[in-house]
Ligand binder design. Structure first.
Ligand SMILES: [Zn+2]
Ligand SMILES: [Zn+2]
Length: 145
């Protein structure tokens, strides 16, 4: 876990409270596993984390993830339910992704964000503020050929 994770977790818990989410051990554990991961996690990954494996069933974890997504605290990536990934939304930070349409594997794009300039331009021209974006590129990964 990175050293900034605990502080960030407090931030996230505050955002949850402001969104009216009840602070439960399960909610904390779900957030903990997402905050301390440096890549998006599947429902199975989260549900099988040590804090949740014995205390919480998958359906509960799924409900929590859905609620967090609904409140804009995490985001969901991927094509369909069975290969959905979840990741924290860090204010002022984002990643762009590459997703395989065959097996659902997901990779962070290893390059500088290609559309930040475009985003600034759109903001100038439209008058919209606080713009953000999430890019997902879809294709077939090398393993799926
Ligand atoms: Zn694949
Ligand atoms: Zn980007």
């Amino acid at each position: 876990m990175s050293s900034k994770a605990p502080k960030f977790l407090d931030d996230v818990l505050l955002r949850c409270r402001n969104a009216g989410l009840r602070r439960t051990r399960a909610l904390e554990a779900v957030l903990q596993s997402l905050v301390s991961s440096n890549k998006p996690l599947t429902l199975a990954h989260v549900a099988e984390s040590p804090e949740l494996k014995n205390s919480c069933d998958k359906a509960t974890v799924y409900r929590l993830l859905t609620r967090l997504e609904h409140h804009g605290i995490i985001r969901r990536l991927g094509l369909h339910d069975r290969s959905a990934y979840y990741s924290m939304i860090f204010p002022g930070h984002h990643d762009d992704y590459l997703i395989c349409t065959e097996c659902g594997v997901i990779e962070k794009l290893d390059l500088a964000c290609p559309v930040e300039k475009l985003e600034a331009q759109i903001s100038r021209e439209s008058g919209f503020r606080k713009l953000y974006h999430e890019l997902e590129f879809f294709g077939v990964c090398p393993a799926c050929g």
